[in-house]
Design a protein around this ligand. Structure first.
Ligand code: PLP
Length: 470
C-alpha cells in the first residue's frame, strides 16, 4: 500500500471515531468501565519489532482507549473545571496536526503566527483587557502564571535597580510575594519553579469564600521592604469567588508593585455584562492568566499569559538565535513570549473557536452556566441536611451534607453521597476538601450543559442524599 493510501485509511478511521465519540457522548457512561489492568493489557502488547499499518494502529488505539476514556466532553461532567473541547475547535485541531506547523517564528510558520496575532487581539477585546498587552499561547493556566510571574520578577527587580537578565538570581535582592491563603496550588508550583521559597511568600488572610482581605494585604505590605509582587485571584477553585481587585491594585500601586491575577476560569466573567462587577478593577492589574481549555472550550491544551508590559514579558521569555531568522517586516514571533521554542500552533484552534462562538456565543454560554449554578442551588435549598457552602454567583457550587452531626460524620456522609452519585453513572462528580470539610464540588462549564442537565443532577444528588441519610 502506498504511504498516502496508508495515511488516508488511518485518517478516515480516526475521523470516523472522532465524530462518533462526539455524537455518542450522551449515551456513553460517565465513568469509564476499564480497569487499570484491562488498559495495560490492551496498550502493552510489547514494543513492536516491526511497524504496523496506519489503519491497524488506529484500530488498536481505539480498542485500547475506548473503555478508559472519561466522558469529559459530556454536559453531565462536573468535576475539576474542565471545558468540553468545542467541536469546531476539534476540527481545527485535526488540521493543526495535519499541517504540522511549528509555531516558533514567523518565517517558518507565517500562518500560525498571524492566527495567533489575530486571536490574541480578539481575546484582549473579548476579555476587556488593555489592547497593547502581549499574549502568549501556552499549555494552560499553570504555564501562563509561570510566564506572568517571570515577567513580574524581572520588573520588580528592575524597579529596584537590579538587572536580573544580566546578574542572575543568586545575588538578587529578596522579593516578597503576597498572595491569598487560598491561592490555587499551581501558583505555589510556579513560584517554586521561579526560585521562590516558602520564606519569600506572605499569605494574606481570606474570608469564608476564599477572597483575599484587602486590609490584611495593606497591613502586611507595610511590614516588608524591597521588591514585591502581589498575586490576586479571579475565580476561587471551590467557591468561584473573586478578590477585590480595585482595592488590591490601589494598595499595590502605593508600593510600586506588580499585580498578577490568576483568572484561569473566572476572568471569563468579564465578558458578561451582568457578571462584570465581579471583575471590577481587574483591567488595572499588570498581568493575567486565563485558560482557553476551560470556559472558552478550546481543546486541550490551551492557556493564555497576558502581560500589560510587553518589554518585561519579552525580557523574561525571548528566545533568539541567528538561525531563528527575524525581520522587522515579519509578523509576530511566538517564541518571544513563551518558554518553549518548538510547539504546536495553538492559534489556529483558538481562532476557530472564537469564530464559531462569537462574542455573543461566549456571553450566552458563561451566563447560562452561572444560571445553572443558581438553579442547582435553588433545587437543593429545599432539601434538609444539604448545605451550600459558597455564595453562588459564578459556575461553582460547593455542597456538604449533614447538619448537627460531628464534622467526621458529615465528611463520611458527603463522601457517601459522592459515591452514590458516581454509582448511578450518569453524572461525573468528585469531592474535595475545603475549609476543613469534605465537599461535593460542582463545576458547571461544559459547552452544552443547560437547565435540564442540572435538573437531572439535582435529582441524582437528592436521591443519593436520601439513601445516605436513611
Ligand atoms: C484558579 C486556577 N488557577 C490555575 C489552575 C490550573 O489550570 P491548568 O490546569 O490549566 O494549568 C486552575 C485549574 O482549575 C484554577 O482553577
Amino acid at each position: 500500500m502506498s504511504k498516502q493510501k496508508d495515511f488516508e485509511k488511518a485518517a478516515e478511521l480516526a475521523l470516523q471515531e472522532a465524530v462518533s465519540w462526539r455524537s455518542d457522548g450522551v449515551k456513553l457512561p460517565a465513568i469509564p468501565t476499564a480497569s487499570k489492568e484491562d488498559m495495560l493489557a490492551l496498550f502493552d502488547g510489547g514494543l513492536p519489532e516491526t511497524g504496523n499499518s496506519g489503519e491497524a494502529v488506529i484500530e488498536q488505539l481505539i480498542k485500547a482507549a475506548e473503555n478508559g476514556l472519561v466522558n469529559n466532553t459530556h454536559p453531565n461532567f462536573y468535576s475539576w473545571v474542565q471545558g468540553s473541547s468545542h467541536p469546531v475547535g476539534v476540527a481545527a485541531d485535526i488540521l493543526t496536526s495535519a499541517w504540522g506547523q511549528n509555531a516558533a517564528i514567523y518565517q517558518t510558520a507565517p500562518a500560525a503566527a498571524i492566527a495567533e496575532e489575530v486571536a490574541a487581539k480578539w481575546l484582549l477585546e473579548l476579555l476587556g483587557l488593555p489592547s497593547s498587552s502581549s499574549l502568549a499561547f501556552v499549555t494552560g493556566a499553570t504555564m501562563a502564571s509561570f510566564i506572568c510571574l517571570a515577567a513580574a520578577r524581572s520588573e520588580a527587580l528592575k524597579r529596584h535597580g537590579y538587572d536580573l537578565e544580566e546578574e542572575g538570581m543568586s545575588d538578587a535582592p529578596a522579593i516578597h510575594v503576597f498572595l491569598g491563603a487560598e491561592a490555587h496550588a499551581t501558583i505555589l508550583s510556579d513560584l517554586r519553579y521561579l526560585g521562590f521559597g516558602r520564606n519569600n511568600l506572605v499569605f494574606i488572610d481570606v474570608d469564608d469564600q476564599g477572597r483575599m482581605l484587602a486590609d490584611d494585604l495593606r497591613q502586611q505590605m507595610k511590614n516588608f521592604e524591597g521588591p514585591k509582587i502581589v498575586i490576586a485571584q479571579a475565580g476561587h477553585i471551590n467557591s468561584g469567588a473573586f478578590d477585590p481587585f480595585n482595592e488590591i491594585v490601589d494598595i499595590a500601586r502605593s508600593h510600586d508593585t506588580w499585580v498578577h491575577v490568576d483568572g484561569a476560569f473566572g476572568l471569563w466573567a468579564n465578558v458578561v455584562p451582568e457578571l462584570s462587577d465581579l471583575c471590577a478593577g481587574i483591567e488595572k492589574a499588570d498581568s493575567w492568566t486565563v485558560d482557553g481549555h476551560k470556559w472558552l472550550q478550546v481543546p486541550y491544551d490551551s492557556g493564555f499569559a497576558i502581560v500589560k508590559h510587553p518589554d518585561a514579558h519579552k525580557r523574561a521569555m525571548d528566545i533568539s538565535a541567528s538561525y531563528l531568522v527575524r525581520d522587522e517586516r515579519d509578523g509576530r514571533n511566538p517564541s518571544q513570549f513563551s518558554p518553549e521554542l518548538s510547539r504546536r500552533s495553538r492559534g489556529f484552534v483558538v481562532w476557530a473557536v472564537l469564530q464559531a462562538m462569537g462574542k455573543q456565543g461566549v456571553q450566552e454560554m458563561v451566563a447560562r452556566h452561572c444560571r445553572c449554578a443558581l438553579h442547582l442551588q435553588s433545587r437543593l435549598a429545599e432539601v434538609s441536611g444539604v448545605r451550600i457552602l459558597n455564595e453562588v454567583r459564578l459556575n461553582q457550587v460547593a455542597i456538604a451534607f449533614g447538619e448537627g452531626a460531628s464534622s467526621e460524620e458529615c465528611d463520611r456522609m458527603t463522601n457517601e453521597v459522592i459515591d452514590e452519585i458516581r454509582l448511578e453513572n450518569t453524572n461525573f462528580v468528585l469531592g474535595a476538601r475545603w475549609k476543613e470539610q469534605v465537599i461535593l464540588r460542582i463545576s458547571i462549564i461544559s459547552l452544552f450543559t443547560d437547565l435540564e442537565h442540572i435538573d437531572s443532577l439535582a435529582d441524582s444528588i437528592i436521591r443519593a442524599w436520601a439513601k445516605v441519610a436513611r
